[in-house]
Design a protein around this ligand. Structure first.
Ligand code: NAP
Ligand code: MG
Length: 405
């Protein structure tokens, strides 16, 4: 069989642990036998980040800017345990955080729906997409462990060297903690632009929640910028398409989400998006049934899985035990990337290949062949059969082969 040509190189960002193991299997069994695909390869496994003083992460982000489309495996964000485990020079920052900051992008996530896994929330009929602001707030914080009694202040000095503002955070009587966070009008505006664009493309409503009643300057600024973007560029378009932009308090948004039938983009501030996307992922079935894409305002895309490196399964794997880890989100990261690449390159055969791979994946699960995480949540059926990590990918490969013949 002639291989399908992928015109422009794809930025491939490899990662850690069990997802790294699955990543290789997906390439070997589902992609490389069929695609002639050049890759700009960046190995972001923790050891390599440590060896390069994390420069490789920035290089990967630069490559996405150069080529436009990338795909990323899950990576370890080191904590104290990991520093010990891998003998690291330091506790490097989250690679996702670094890449998101470099691209000033917004992460949009959506569940991958299959007929035999019903969402935990009965009213959800259509996907609820989450748009996570991928810049700033607690992910780019400045923190200090207050050792003793004293005064903590917030000071702003202009570039011209003039102190414009000073406020007391707290007069401490004893030890405590403080944290400074920030965001920029530019990044919030990009976030708003990305959310309106995505919702309009997908023809879904847009909701945005923040805590502007408590945070009268910080969160209020988010609300204001969203309103400005809506009024300036979207009100007429949304009306014509029958779409709604709806702002409400974050806690009210959470309450309403539990009662909606879906079909909307929920724009979330950085932390809300981190937490809520995991809740949604598991309520729709499994963290491994969720797509995730970072969209920059310049139109660069990075596709990834929304789950982590599945550490516990990896330790079993290292002991030689078989695991039943789900590769669906990793496969959809690749197909999302190939579809976008094919659209940009104007190579419909690449898009068609990716769609067939998606169908082969969904049909495998719908035929009852699934990994352990899905067995727990799938509609019971005598056809259901739990398979190991590699067997699952082999089953998809079989169906893909049939579709391509
Ligand atoms: P995780 O890797 O998402 O796994 C948490 C649990 O969810 C697993 O133990 C497993 O449950 C289940 N799970 C997640 N993905 C699965 C899959 N594909 N197939 C089957 N089950 C799956 O989160 P974590 O254990 O908290 O984090 C591990 C590492 O990942 C950390 O070092 C963290 O820094 C990193 N992380 C990376 C990213 C990223 O790069 N995008 C995101 C989050 C976390 P059972 O054990 O019950 O089977
Ligand atoms: Mg999270």
């Amino acid at each position: 069989m002639n291989k399908i040509q992928v015109k422009t190189p794809i930025v491939e960002i490899d990662g850690d642990e069990m997802t790294r193991v699955m990543w290789q299997m997906v390439k070997d069994k589902l992609l490389l036998p069929y695609l002639d695909m050049k890759r700009e390869y960046f190995d972001l496994q923790l050891k390599k980040r440590d060896e390069t003083d994390d420069k490789i992460t920035l290089q990967a982000a630069e490559a996405i800017k150069q080529y436009g489309v990338g795909v990323k495996c899950a990576t370890i964000t080191p904590n104290k345990d990991r520093v010990k485990e891998y003998g690291l020079k330091q506790e490097w920052s989250s690679p996702n955080g670094t890449i998101r900051a470099a691209l000033d992008g917004t992460v949009c996530r959506a569940p991958i729906l299959v007929k035999n896994v019903l969402p935990a929330v009965r009213s959800w009929k259509k996907p609820i997409h989450i748009g996570r602001h991928a810049y700033g707030d607690v992910y780019k914080n400045c923190e200090y462990r207050v050792p003793e009694a004293g005064k903590a202040e917030l000071v702003f000095t202009s570039s011209a060297g003039k102190e414009l503002w000073r406020g007391t955070i707290q007069d401490f009587n004893g030890p405590g903690i403080i944290q400074g966070i920030h965001n920029t009008d530019k990044s919030i505006a990009s976030f708003a632009k990305a959310c309106f664009t995505y919702a309009y493309d997908q023809k879904i409503h847009l909701w945005f929640g923040a805590k502007d009643t408590i945070s009268k300057t910080y969160d209020s600024q988010f609300k204001k910028i969203f309103e400005q973007e809506y009024e300036a560029n979207w009100r007429a378009k949304f009306k014509e398409a029958g779409l709604e932009y709806f702002f409400t308090l974050i806690d009210d948004a959470v309450a309403r989400i539990m009662k909606t039938d879906g079909g909307l983009l929920w724009a979330c501030k950085n932390y809300d998006g981190d937490v809520m996307s995991d809740m949604l992922g598991s309520a729709y079935g499994s963290l491994a049934m969720m797509t995730s894409v970072l969209v920059s305002p310049q139109g660069y895309y990075e596709f990834e899985a929304s789950h982590g490196t599945v550490q516990k399964h990896y330790y079993k794997h290292l002991k030689g035990e078989k695991t039943s880890s789900n590769s669906v989100a990793l496969i959809f990261a690749w197909t999302g990337c190939l579809i976008k690449r094919g659209e940009l390159d104007n190579t419909p055969e690449v898009v068609e290949f990716a769609r067939k791979l998606e169908q082969a994946t969904l049909e495998t699960v719908e035929s009852g062949i699934m990994t352990g995480d899905l067995m727990l949540v799938a509609t019971p059926s005598p056809k259901n059969r739990q398979v190991y990590t590699e067997e699952f990918i082999n089953e998809i490969a079989k169906r893909l082969q049939q579709k391509l013949e």
